[in-house]
Write a protein that binds this ligand. Structure first.
Ligand SMILES: Nc1nc2c(ncn2[C@@H]2O[C@H](COP(=O)(O)OP(=O)(O)OP(=O)(O)O)[C@@H](O)[C@H]2O)c(=O)[nH]1
Ligand SMILES: [Mg+2]
Length: 275
């Protein structure tokens, strides 16, 4: 599994390793809210990567759920890739970053990310596992290192599979990724997405989703003047969903207010973030 502080490049690395845009990515921190599983089967090894929410100090209930999900993934892991930006070498211990009660049972491989941002001459002299999702530097070496920690045994999944979660999960996530791209400042953090209807047997695939915000004023901003913003959001999300699905998609978005959902346990449960 991939662990680390927010924004260190966990989701980007998962995507680079499996060669598909599965996990949403953003220059803004805290984009990942739920673990995303990516599969890579190479020769006699099946890697089951779990991307996790960034480890942070919770400020509200959604954060608590994100932290709990990250800790669960750490506990269940066979090996932990602990990510930290190379530019911020050295990495503090994972137990400290995650404020863990006890050290994880699984072996920890410290992985320095965003290596492309650090010129060779400026790199620490130590032998490190350093990767870049941009140049793909270090990715094969990382797989070789992780492989040494994996148990022998039969594959858990079909070697052709790369995801385990349903398409409607990714559809909701890609609407959220579009929100991170198109909405400003704090607004993406107030956005949650629920898939109301997903008809894979229709052509194009028909998806109806609700974009939830926390306040009435946010609803107006997400819709935009003459519906401009929600239209752009829909177009961006539709392209992402179509790319993963490999076919055309009709995406209908509705904006609704779910007051203070980030702080409201039943809302979090309903949105799939807790419980
Ligand atoms: N230059 C460079 N940028 C990177 C690299 N990997 C990730 N990034 C950028 O770093 C930012 C954060 O990446 P994410 O993959 O969303 O980070 P994360 O750790 O999943 O973040 P959270 O989900 O918020 O915890 C994005 O803008 C990425 O494009 C890399 O190898 N090189
Ligand atoms: Mg992420």
């Amino acid at each position: 599994m991939l662990a680390g502080r927010p924004n260190v490049g966990k989701s980007t690395l998962l995507n680079a390793l499996i060669g598909e845009h599965l996990a949403i990515v953003s220059p803004k921190p805290q984009s990942t809210r739920l673990p995303v599983v990516g599969l890579l089967t190479r020769d006699d090894t099946q890697f089951i990567f779990t991307d996790s929410p960034g480890l942070l100090e919770p400020e509200y209930r959604l954060h608590e759920a994100m932290r709990a999900a990250a800790l669960r993934a750490i506990e269940q892991a066979e090996v932990i890739a602990y990510l930290h930006p190379l530019a911020e070498f050295p990495a503090p211990p994972l137990a400290q970053v995650g404020k863990l009660d006890r050290p994880p049972a699984a072996p920890i491989v410290t992985v320095y990310t965003k290596a492309d941002l650090v010129p060779l001459a400026a790199r620490p002299p130590d032998r490190l596992t350093a990767v870049s999702a941009v140049t793909r530097e270090g990715l094969d070496a990382l797989l070789d290192t992780l492989r040494t920690h994996l148990p022998d045994g039969p594959f858990h999944y079909d070697p052709d599979e790369m995801a385990t979660q349903p398409m409607r999960f990714f559809a909701a996530e890609f609407v959220r990724e579009a929100a991170f791209e198109l909405l400003h400042e704090e607004l993406p953090y107030s956005v949650a997405v629920e898939i109301d209807e997903f008809r894979e047997d229709s052509e194009p695939v028909y998806i109806r989703a609700v974009v939830y915000v926390e306040r009435d004023s946010q609803k107006g901003i997400v819709i935009g003047e003459g519906g401009r913003t929600i239209k752009a959001l829909g177009q961006a999300a539709r392209a992402k969903i179509a790319a993963l699905l490999g076919g055309s998609v009709y995406l209908e978005l509705h904006v609704k207010v779910l007051p203070k959902w980030r702080r409201h346990a039943p809302s979090l449960k309903r949105l799939g973030y807790a419980g």
